[in-house]
Design a protein around this ligand. Structure first.
Ligand SMILES: Cc1c2[nH]c(c1CCC(=O)O)Cc1[nH]c(c(CCC(=O)O)c1C)Cc1[nH]c(c(CCC(=O)O)c1C)Cc1[nH]c(c(C)c1CCC(=O)O)C2
Length: 339
């Protein structure tokens, strides 16, 4: 059992710096494409055997030190009653949007073992196979809310901010509901065997700090507090979150995920006795070998003072990344950080 990742999360000494990559199971791998060629994305998410297969791919092929459950943050939104579809090239689409009290009333707080039993089954199956720790996850409430309110991805978040500013009670009521569902969902993942849990807040960075504090932060702290008793590392990743770092530190997370826009040394100076995860620009995987090597070396040097460092990208791996480059990065991190 390779528990380097868990040790780093706890700030313990490790033989080398562990690495995994956000969105490490996915379209950049031909092996994933092959599985995905026979099923839709949602069918894949709901088939535990196939989820196990694609979760294992980046471990077996690239040598990652942690596995992340193959699923999607929007699976829980669908289980709450929001009809979800994924369109090729367009990303997620919700047929109905949540912008008024009537739509909000239609959302339910599902029993995670019933409504998302396939996720829990995937976790149980993976734990029998894996020789590295398994990370479970959910979307942070604000990020999930943007998809429900906009009906999909957005560039401006016009509808989200309109609801937030003009109907704050309704916005908070939606956040409450997502938060309750997320707590039950992540607790079920921990019971099923997840050995760490990550909250993905992909869109936190579009909020002013004062709005983040009022509309997003209280829900994150509530979720993380509800998971403390499971005694597994909790990771909070706010994408584009350099301006929100103080909140991440106070969120209750054990590990602070960092995107690439902040120098990891500056972040470490602020997080105190917490581990950090990150934070190379995902596109830096395109660098030629010598440049990638010095880039990784510099990051490892900058992270030397960390109370635990898990090497990762600053956001998800891009779908056109050559797998050989991802593999090279894994090898370089292992080689250059060996103690
Ligand atoms: C915002 C968000 C989503 N999903 C997720 C986030 C947060 C992380 C981030 O910011 O990237 C999280 C996610 N999505 C997926 C995982 C699997 C585990 C992993 O390997 O990290 C995880 C952890 C699989 C996926 N989720 C999706 C795919 C591609 C689907 C396909 O095979 O066609 C995968 C492998 C689809 C997805 N899912 C989502 C979008 C916007 C899209 C379309 C854009 C895209 O395709 O990248 C919502």
């Amino acid at each position: 059992m390779n528990d380097t990742f868990l040790k780093a999360c706890r700030g313990e000494k490790t033989d080398y710096t562990p690495i995994w990559m956000m969105r490490q199971a996915g379209r950049y791998l031909p092996e994933y494409q092959k599985v995905r060629g026979n099923v839709t994305f949602l069918e894949l998410c709901k088939s535990p055997e196939l989820c196990v297969e694609v979760t294992l791919q980046p471990i077996d092929i690239l040598g990652m030190d942690a596995a992340i459950l193959f699923s999607d943050i929007l699976i829980l939104m669908e289980a709450m009653g929001a009809p979800l579809d994924f369109h090729e090239g367009k990303g997620p689409i919700f047929a109905t949007t949540i912008r008024d009290a009537k739509a909000l009333d239609m959302l339910v707080i599902p029993d995670p073992d019933e409504a998302t039993g396939f996720v829990m089954e995937t976790i149980r199956l993976l734990r029998k196979e894996l020789k590295v720790p398994l990370i479970g996850f959910a979307g942070a409430p604000f990020t999930c809310a943007t998809y429900l309110i906009e009906g999909g991805s957005s560039k401006t978040f016009w509808e989200t901010k309109k609801l937030m500013y003009t109907q704050p009670e309704l916005f908070h009521a939606l956040m409450e509901k997502i938060t309750e569902a997320t707590i039950l969902y992540l607790q079920a993942q921990a019971r099923a065997g997840a050995q760490a849990l990550q909250l993905f807040d992909s869109w936190a960075g579009v909020l002013a700090p004062c709005d983040f504090e009022e509309f997003a932060f209280p829900y994150i702290t509530r979720i993380l507090a509800s998971l403390k008793s499971y005694d597994i590392p909790l990771i909070y990743f706010a994408n584009n979150g350099a301006t929100l770092l103080d909140y991440s530190v106070r969120s209750g997370a054990d590990v602070i995920g960092l995107d690439w826009r902040i120098n990891i040394k500056d972040a470490i100076a602020k997080v105190g006795k917490k581990a950090v995860q990150g934070n190379i620009d995902p596109f830096a995987l395109l660098l030629p070998k010598d440049k990638l090597k010095s880039r990784i070396q510099n990051l490892l040097n900058d992270a030397r003072g960390a109370h635990g460092h898990i090497f990762n990208l600053g956001h998800g791996i891009h779908q056109f990344t050559p797998p050989a480059q991802a593999k090279l990065a894994v090898e370089l991190v292992h080689e250059l950080s060996a103690r």
